[in-house]
Write a protein that binds this ligand. Structure first.
Ligand SMILES: NC(=O)C1=CN([C@@H]2O[C@H](COP(=O)(O)OP(=O)(O)OC[C@H]3O[C@@H](n4cnc5c(N)ncnc54)[C@H](OP(=O)(O)O)[C@@H]3O)[C@@H](O)[C@H]2O)C=CC1
Ligand SMILES: CCCCCCCCCCCCCCCC(=O)[C@@H](N)CO
Length: 312
């Protein structure tokens, strides 16, 4: 209803994937290479980029495809500009057709353990790592008259939040706010905006965050069955091809999406009504159980606070 019905084909297009060296970003890059796109992946760690590039090469469809990696930190305007310039060069300076903004990290922890520096760096890691790329990409697309695509990757934690995500969720909610605004503004240019809200992704980033994740958060997350990076990538690409604004990859995501839709463009008026009804009944029950889990953790948490020297 809100987008053209013709399916978008990545073949021969230049796709710019931030966070393309790991997890969902790497899986998306692989998928795009398989579909015949030119792919540029961006991340900071050169070694992991090189390993990812070897993986991408295995899926090359033709010798024409330009497949490259770029080491830049994209959580600043300068970093994103440098990455975009470098990636545009092999394409004669033309800016990419689609931007898959997968860069992001999470450091689950308790709110009272934060300080200003940690809050700022986590907001930078969840929001800044995508917002600045969106800024420079948009300017370039408008300047060059490219009717491209911006695809943000939020999280189901951009729809709701739980204990442990006080410095991560705000950035993922903020991405939704940004996408909502740009979806409207970019009607001026014919640039499409999409935003994905995956649940748990079994990625290297997930392995890393679990090492520091509070026990109570791990317990609540047991309800989430999770998805492989490959599955998430497929859902994101399908969602983009179908012209969906909010892209969810699993049942939980669909329920939260439909329950918090507001005036966001919907995916379907019939199935979204079903998901919204499920949410209306099931979400308060689920939330009550989450609250009970947190309350049951009070005593253990007191011990934790003592151990850390936060209380006497
Ligand atoms: N894993 C999960 O359970 C979930 C993750 N998400 C979100 O999905 C996205 C992908 O996550 P996941 O699949 O776990 O990926 P990983 O955490 O495994 O990989 C993250 C990627 O982003 C890159 N990156 C991080 N920060 C920057 C930066 N400032 N500049 C450039 N590159 C950066 C990393 O490379 P390098 O460190 O070398 O820069 C790496 O390539 C993230 O935005 C994440 O928040 C959403 C829901 C669930
Ligand atoms: C019918 C309704 C039932 C609702 C059940 C909901 C269960 C959700 C549990 C919490 C999932 C948290 C995913 C975190 C993803 C993420 O972004 C982090 N891994 C950070 O990277």
């Amino acid at each position: 209803m809100f987008f053209s019905s013709k399916k978008w084909d990545p073949r021969g297009r230049h796709c710019f994937v931030t966070g393309g060296s790991s997890g969902a970003g790497l899986a998306l890059a692989v998928l795009l290479v398989k579909r015949g796109a030119h792919v540029s992946i961006v991340a900071r760690n050169e070694e992991r980029l090189q390993a990812a590039l070897v993986e991408l090469e295995k899926h090359r469809q033709s010798s024409e495809q330009i497949i490259k990696s770029y080491s830049f930190a994209v959580n600043s305007e300068a970093g994103s500009t440098a990455a975009l310039q470098a990636a545009s060069e092999p394409h004669g300076g033309r800016c990419p057709d689609a931007f898959f903004l997968c860069a992001g990290t999470s450091r689950p922890s308790f709110w009272i353990e934060q300080n200003e520096a940690l809050m700022r760096s986590d907001l930078d890691a969840s929001y800044g790592a995508q917002a600045f790329t969106a800024l420079v990409a948009s300017k370039e697309m408008v300047k060059q008259g490219v009717k491209g695509k911006l695809v943000f990757v939020s999280s189901v934690l951009g729809y709701f939040s739980i204990v442990g995500y006080s410095t991560y969720s705000p950035g993922k909610f903020a991405l939704r706010g940004l996408a909502e605004s740009l979806q409207s503004e970019f009607l001026l240019y014919g640039i499409d905006v999409h935003i994905a809200f995956p649940g748990t992704i079994y990625s290297p980033g997930y392995e890393a965050e679990n090492k520091v994740k509070p026990k109570v958060t791990l317990k609540i997350e047991e309800t989430d069955s999770g998805s492989t990076p490959e599955y998430v990538a497929e859902c994101i690409l399908k969602g983009v091809q179908k012209g969906r604004f909010h892209i969810t990859v699993d049942f939980i995501g669909n329920v939260f999406r439909a329950s918090t839709a507001g005036s966001s463009p919907r995916n379907s008026y019939i199935t979204d009504l079903f998901y919204a009804l499920v949410g209306y009944v099931a979400l308060p029950i689920w939330r009550n159980s989450v609250d009970s889990t947190v309350r049951a953790h009070r005593q253990e948490h007191q011990e934790y606070l003592k151990q850390k020297g936060i209380i006497g």
